[in-house]
Structures are given as structure tokens and as C-alpha cells.
Design a protein around this ligand. Sequence first.
Ligand SMILES: Nc1nc2c(c(=O)[nH]1)N[C@H]1C(S)=C(S)[C@@H](COP(=O)(O)OP(=O)(O)OC[C@H]3O[C@@H](n4cnc5c(=O)[nH]c(N)nc54)[C@H](O)[C@@H]3O)O[C@H]1N2
Ligand SMILES: Nc1nc2c(c(=O)[nH]1)N[C@H]1C(S)=C(S)[C@@H](COP(=O)(O)OP(=O)(O)OC[C@H]3O[C@@H](n4cnc5c(=O)[nH]c(N)nc54)[C@H](O)[C@@H]3O)O[C@H]1N2
Ligand code: SF4
Ligand SMILES: [Mo]
Length: 902
Amino acid sequence: MSTRSARAAGPTADVRTTCPYCGVGCGVVARHEPSGAVRITGDPAHPANHGRLCSKGMALGETLGLAGRLLYPQVGGRRAAWDEALQTVADGFRRTIAAHGARSVALYVSGQWLTEDYYVANKLMKGFIGSANIDTNSRLCMASSVAGHRRAFGADVVPGCYEDLELARLVVCAGSNAAWCHPVLFQRIRAAKEADPARRMVVIDPRRTATSEGADLHLPLRPGTDGWLFNGLLAYLHARGCGDRAFVERCTTGADAALEAAQASAGSIALVAERCGLAPAAVEAFYRWFAETPETVTLYSQGVHQSSSGSDKVNAIVNCHLLTGRIGRPGMGPFSLTGQPNAMGGREVGGLANQLAAHLALEDPGHRALVQRFWNAPAVADAPGLKAVELFEAIHRGEVRAVWIMATNPVVSLPDADRVREALRRCPLVVVSDCYRDTDTADLAQILLPALAWGEKEGTVTNSERRISRQRAFLQPPAEARADWWQLTQVARRLGFAAAFPYESACDVFREHAALSAYENQGRRAFDLSGLCALSPAAYQALEPVQWPVHADDAAGTVRLYGDGRFTTPDGRARLVPVAPRLPVHAPDAAYPLVLNTGRLRDQWHTMTRTGRVATLCRHTPVPYADLHPDDARALRLADGQWVRLESRWGHVVTQVRVGDRVARGSVFVPMHWTAQFSSAGRVGSLVNPVTDPVSGQPESKHTPVRAVPLEPAWQAMLCSRTVLGLPPDVAWIRVREQGYWRTLLAGFGPVEDWHATARRWLGAVELPAATGTGQDWIAYHDPKAGRFRVALLSGHRLLAALSVGAALEVGAEGWWDAAFAARQLSPRQRARLLSLGASGNGAGVVDPLICACHRVARSAIVDAVRRSGRAEPGEIGRLTGAGTACGSCLPEIRTLTAQAG
Ligand SMILES: Nc1nc2c(c(=O)[nH]1)N[C@H]1C(S)=C(S)[C@@H](COP(=O)(O)OP(=O)(O)OC[C@H]3O[C@@H](n4cnc5c(=O)[nH]c(N)nc54)[C@H](O)[C@@H]3O)O[C@H]1N2
Ligand SMILES: Nc1nc2c(c(=O)[nH]1)N[C@H]1C(S)=C(S)[C@@H](COP(=O)(O)OP(=O)(O)OC[C@H]3O[C@@H](n4cnc5c(=O)[nH]c(N)nc54)[C@H](O)[C@@H]3O)O[C@H]1N2
Ligand code: SF4
Ligand SMILES: [Mo]
């Protein structure tokens, strides 16, 4: 994929860098073409992806434009010079600290940061401001793994590597939809399975997903019951004599207590099956396969972490690997998949409120003294800071009075998100650093600081297998955007800490970070970059991907840890942790009978600030939906495509319904991505309960009781327009980005007296594209008997906007609007059909989804090809349509469509 750009940084040689999305950490090559375009391809030399990219990576070239970027600092809504903005931040923080103490200020940061940004923020807060009130969106993501790893291994270590997933003969995916969330890694697993079909995959997820579709066994367990399932496995393994007694005795502690807890809670398959809502035979098959397969890897992600017992679930999984000694050796081990590109790096610098830098422990006075000496800091925070959910509570109560939010969008992503929005409205000082101007969080900032984006910034990220890779710049910084580490350094200097913040480049920061990891280490701490302390700027620039620890005497890095049975606890033994499984805190009841589960879609990244700019990525799932089981839908009198209001005790969303058996009875799934920029009430975070895990502080984002209230709109409309149009507060709307225009679906609940006047008000605000005439030309069609009103606004022969209103939604034939908006001049035929949409419309509420983003093949075309070819086989569909022949992210969906036909 390529895009035009005149921002080449320096010579136009290929630049090797790393994808800014998921924790797979794929290598990317950016090439400036003579046309001025930047071509993005996978880096064949990168060990994570060997040249492959998924649909989001392939579309990176289309995210490089400057539309919507935040390009200048702003103070109080007006443009300001950097000096003024930085001084205002520093003064605000200084005044707040003087009046209310160091704990009245906070930083809230992000696993999408580079390690260098993160290091500087953490040092400023914990070493110089002297409070640990820095937390990160990793609290919503990886905190339960961090807690689980530290309890089991004594350090936050992922022992294995990606190759283990190819060597494994059994891959267990617990609470992970890797086919969509870690697509390139999933393709590596699939390829290994295709080469040897005897390899097995088990997927543990209450939902049917693209990951579960191709699995040998799918366990659709009752939400939140993983603790019973893995405790049951531990008890089973012990009862069958599958434990590795020598390993357990020599290398672990706590096995007896863990077994006792497992037997007490999940001593029989019948009990586990009952607790988890699974068929006993399915549980037995899973246990038997695990027992008989030494080369087993258990992958886990948010279905495990985002739970009020997330840390215990992690330890329940790790216990099974410790009992069998399956850890740190080829093809075996527990494997926590990291979400964000630098979720791992953020933990290395101690970005969480209860950590210290370089995997040192905040609660350990010796570690605090070490860091204080190394930083030459006045004091190092000696108490944990506020964890994300607590932090925004403290802002709401007025205890934290100044917050600087960087590279995250908490008004969307935190639970109880309406309260988070209210907290920021009340907060005396809100500073936001972001690359984009219009985000739900930036909307509430008094000070906005423009950050460099991917392709413009320099630094490092660490992926799920501990591999450190460089992100390199290949574009000129636009306007006044600056690196996040630079912004923090400047504020630190203005707060009087110039000597400790001398950095002039990302390389300066990285070397200090590496030196701290080596400082007084002598092999005691797993996180050790002593081999990278002395990199020259040129060597840093050329740094090849490498897995930590990187010891001074072995710069090649470390593929696996703990294979020798020595762990990073004081006694060198791993700990099995007794787990007493708990159900989610809020159970469904008569008032809120459904359980809300939330998560990701294949082609969107979180709050859509980047992927939401790419029309092809928006076409995979154009409209947010609530997935409901057909039985629940029937009982609630909800039909596919109907508008629904979901309500919880914390808030509500309005969305459309998708009926199907992807979810179990009693469950509803809503994607996490939609924001106030894309919908009137689509932020699912406003529904989510703010309950957290007592050990990790991670929120229970996968489990909130809700109810579904069908909405009966008085009218529905589709509005297409070249620019974003403002809409009145009393209508529900969802905005879809299309190529060159916006498509908005609307639902209204009161009568509209005069559609002509209303249409003029809504559509009249559309901005004319340059080089269009100034005259506006309205054409309208009204059929009061049928209740249908259509209007189009043209300038000359160019279409500016169109609206179709009626009792049902009318969206138009596939591709028709794309062609109409792309035309410099509408043909007479197009013009004539503008007002007869009904004749060509499909009448459905949902636009035909794009399954293959690379070759732009819609679902209907694939279904058609399946029907025509009579051969239910993805290769054949690829030959006929091209679908699935580029990045391959859509292959799981194509397999499902062919299987349905076959
Ligand atoms: N396309 C895309 N990819 C991404 C991201 C993105 O935004 N878009 N974000 C990245 C980030 S930051 C992260 S953290 C990862 C997340 O990657 P994943 O964790 O794989 O993604 P999710 O969709 O959040 O949740 C995974 C699954 O957990 C299931 N689940 C819910 N409750 C339970 C339960 O009680 N038990 C079990 N076993 N499963 C349950 C859900 O049904 C869901 O299918 O993805 C990364 N990759
Ligand atoms: N309901 C529900 N909520 C969830 C989850 C869930 O599964 N369900 N998952 C949780 C998880 S795992 C995660 S990781 C979070 C993610 O949630 P967020 O972190 O809030 O989501 P993003 O959209 O990734 O926000 C990143 C922001 O940083 C900006 N940005 C990107 N790069 C840079 C940069 O280099 N510098 C600066 N200054 N800004 C930058 C982007 O434009 C964007 O505004 O959501 C969590 N929330
Ligand atoms: S799998 Fe996709 S999103 Fe993840 S790093 Fe690779 S290309 Fe990027
Ligand atoms: Mo995440």
C-alpha cells in the first residue's frame, strides 16, 4: 500500500522500522518512491514476521497524511509557542505541587510509547517529582500478567519465544483472539499446523471467533470461569501422574498448596464442566491432550487478564506449566501475548505506578536506594502511586489536580468512561499530548501538545518475545510536532531538574536506560541490557532486533529463559500459587440480565484515531454492533440491524444489533473501538463496570451486567457528505468513513415537520471542495404516502451530499456512492439515479463488509464466488476473487464462509 507524501526524511533509501500496532512487533520497510509515495512492505529480515504484515500493517502508508493532525501547541484553545506551552505546563505542575503536595499531580501514559519516552516520564515522576503517580494504559492490558509473572518467577518475564509456537504440538489460546489481534503470529501457528495437521489447537473463549473457527477444540466456557478450568487441569495432571516430580522438587515451591486449592475447587471433570458450562467430554479431551503433549504452549491475553481475578487466572495457567516442568524449553511454556507495540518496554522502564525502573521493585528499599544513586535523584517515591482506575477516581474527587495524558485516550478506553470524562471536566489542569487534534480526550484538554507520529519518531519497542526493535523515522516532522521524550525533558528542565535531563536524542535516553539495567546487577536481575550500554549513535541507528537479556559478553541476546530451572526469585525457585477461583464481581440479575463482553475487531486499532482514517479498514465492520444470541434477540423482539440501547448501572450506548450464534445465550459482545467522533453514543467504556483485580488493579472489562432496550425510531436516514456534518443531540447516529466522503446512519425518535428545511440545515454546512463552483444545486424527491424523502446537494455537476429518509434505512447499491462521490462530474445517468435509490438499494441497515482489505473484496463477492465455483476451498476463492492472497488476515473468515457453503 502506498500513499503520496512529500515528507521524505533525508535521502530516499529504504528505512527499516517496526509496526506501531500490536505486540507481534513486525518489521516494516518504508520506501520513498520517485512519485513521492511511501511504499510500506513487510521486512523479510525481521525475525517476528519474515516479511509478512496483516491488514492494519499493510495499510500503514494510508495513515501518513496530515489531515486531522495536531500540528501546533495550544493553550486554552488558542495556538501558542512551544516555550509558552511548556512553561504553562511546568508552572501548573509546580503550583499544584506547592499547594497540594507531590501526590496531587499525575502522568497517565501508554504502551504505545517508545521505551525512550517512557523512561523519561518515569524518571521525572518517581525520581524528581517524587511521587509514583504515573500509570499507563498497560494497567488495562497487561497488569495481571505482570502480577502473575512476578508471583511465579520473581520477575516480569515471558520465558519463551515465537518459535515455540511453531514447535508446539499443542497450542492453547486462552482468552485470545489471535487471528484478529496478533494476525501475523497466528499465521505462523496456522502454517505450522498446515505443515503437520497432527498439531492441535484448543481455544478457550466464551465467544466463537476467527481464532476458534479453525481450532481442533473450542471451549466456550461461561465468562470468568477460567480459574476452575485450569485448577481442574492442575488436579487432573497430578492425578494422572503427569507432574515432573524432579523439576517440582528441585526448581519450585508451593506445589502442595496449589494442588490442594485445585482439588478443593475443581477436583473432578464433572465439577469443572458444571462450573464452566462445558460438556464434560470437551473438558476431558482438553485435559487429555494437555497431559499427553509435552510440547504445549498456553497463549493468553485479555480474556484472562481483564478480570477481577485476572492475576489468579494467570497463575492458574502458569501452575500447570510448572507442575509439568514445561517452561523455558523449545515448544513449551506459558506465553502472555502483549497487546500494544511496547507493552513490554513500558514494563522494562517501570511505567506502572507500583513498579520502579529496570524491573526493580518499588517496595524494596535497597532497590530504591540503587535507583536514587544512579539517577542522582533527591528522593525516590517510596509508596506506590494510583493505579489507572483509582487515579481517575482521585481526579474526580479533586485530590489529583493536574494530569498530563500522553498517547492514550482514557475517555474512551477506561471503564466507567462517563465518570472519567466528568473527572477531566472538573480537573483544574489537563494536558494532553497526542498526534491528532480530535480525540475524545483531547477535547477536554486545556493544553494540547503535538506529538510526533509513527514514521517521524526514533526509538525502540519490545515485542511479546522480549525482542527489542528500532522504530526509525522516514518522514520529516510536520510543523511543530515534537517527540514525547523531548516534551518531558523540556518540562523537567523548567521544573529545575536540568542536570538530570540532559538528553538531546533518543539514543542518549536509551543508553541511560540500558546502563540502569546493568547497574549493580551482576546477574541478579533478569532484565539486563549491559551489552547495549555503550552504543554509539551509529550503532543505535543500526541496532538489529535482539531479545533481552543482552549480556555484556553475549550481544546476541537470549532466546529463552528459565530452561535451566533457575528462576529470578531470591531462592531461585519458581512458585506455584494456590488459586481459589472467584466469579466476576457483578453477576447478572433481573434488572441487568445480560453479560457484556467487549473486545477487538480485525481492522480497527483501539479508539480509531489512526485506522479510522483508512476507508478500506473501516469497511470490514463499518458499523458498531451488539452481538446477540438468536434466542435472546427473539425474547427481546430485536431484529438484525435494529437500533438498540444497552444500559448498565454505569452508562449506556446506542448501537445496532447483529443476531447470530457467535455469542452464547445471555451474552452480548460490543467492540471497544467507537468514540464520540464516530457515533452519538458508541463508547462502550461508558457501560463497563470499574471493578478491578485486587492484586493487579486491572479492570474487569470483559464482564458487566447490562440490559438491551429495543429502539423504535420514528425515521431512519442515511446521510452521505464530503465533510463531517454536525447533527442535533436528539438523534442517534453512526459515522462511517468512506473513500472521499462520510456515510452517516441516523435514527430519529420524534416527528420532523419539514424535511426540506431540515435537510437544508444539515447538508448546507458541507464544505465545498476546492476548485468547485460556488453555486449550490438542490434536487429533492418527496413521497409523503410512502414516507420517503430524498435530497441531493450538488455544486455544478459534483455531488456534495445526499440524504435519504424513511421508515427503513436505505443505503444504496454496493459501490454506487463511492463512484458518485469520486466523479468530478456526475453522468446524467448517475444524476438521474440520485433520487431513485430505492430501485438500487439493498435496504439493509448494514453495509456489505469488506472481508479482504488488501484486494478490496466484499463479503457478497466471496459468497458469490463460493456459490459459482462449487468448490468450498479458500485457495479457489483466492484465484477467483483475489481475496486472501496478500496479507492473509482474512483467511479465517474466508474459511468460515466456504465451510458454511460446503
Ligand atoms: N485488530 C486489533 N488488534 C489488536 C488491537 C486492536 O485494537 N485491534 N489491540 C492490541 C492490544 S492493546 C491488545 S491488549 C490485544 C488484545 O488481544 P485479545 O486479548 O486477543 O483481544 P480481545 O478481543 O480484547 O479479547 C480476547 C477474547 O477474550 C474473550 N473473553 C471474554 N471473556 C472471557 C473469559 O472470561 N474467559 C476467556 N477465556 N476469554 C474471554 C473475548 O470473547 C475475546 O474474544 O490485541 C492487540 N491487537
Ligand atoms: N471496554 C474495553 N475497554 C478497553 C479494552 C477492552 O478490551 N474493552 N482494552 C484495553 C486495552 S488492552 C488497551 S491497551 C486500551 C487502549 O486504549 P487507548 O490507549 O486509550 O487507545 P488508543 O486509541 O490506542 O489511544 C492512543 C492515543 O495516542 C495517540 N498516539 C499514538 N501514537 C502516539 C505517540 O507517539 N505520542 C503521543 N503523544 N500520542 C500518540 C493516538 O492518536 C491515540 O489518541 O484500551 C483498554 N480499554
Ligand atoms: S501483526 Fe499486524 S498489527 Fe501486529 S505488528 Fe504485525 S503488521 Fe502490525
Ligand atoms: Mo492492550
